[in-house]
Design a protein around this ligand. Structure first.
Ligand SMILES: [Zn+2]
Length: 79
């Protein structure tokens, strides 16, 4: 995934959507792309958390033993 900004004589721009952004911004107001390394790390963490929540939801609602075992393996039985 690409993240960050690029600068030219007209200002600072999101590299993903070319929307004009402020240097102080962490995320692009137009496409929500992370604009610096800290925001990118935060974004990655959030993504992991969302995946975990999804797996947890499936594990709680599946009646399929194989699926449940696979999820438990994937999440190291943290569910
Ligand atoms: Zn953008």
């Amino acid at each position: 995934m690409d993240f960050g900004i690029r600068n030219n004589e007209n200002g600072t721009f999101c590299i993903k959507c070319n929307c004009k952004v402020e240097v102080t911004m962490n995320f692009c107001p137009n496409c929500a792309n992370p604009l610096n390394i800290d925001a990118f790390k935060l974004f990655q963490e959030k993504l992991k958390l969302n995946n975990f929540k999804l797996l947890k939801y499936i594990a709680e609602n599946t009646k399929d033993e194989k699926t449940l075992k696979l999820i438990q393996k994937l999440t190291k039985k943290n569910i």
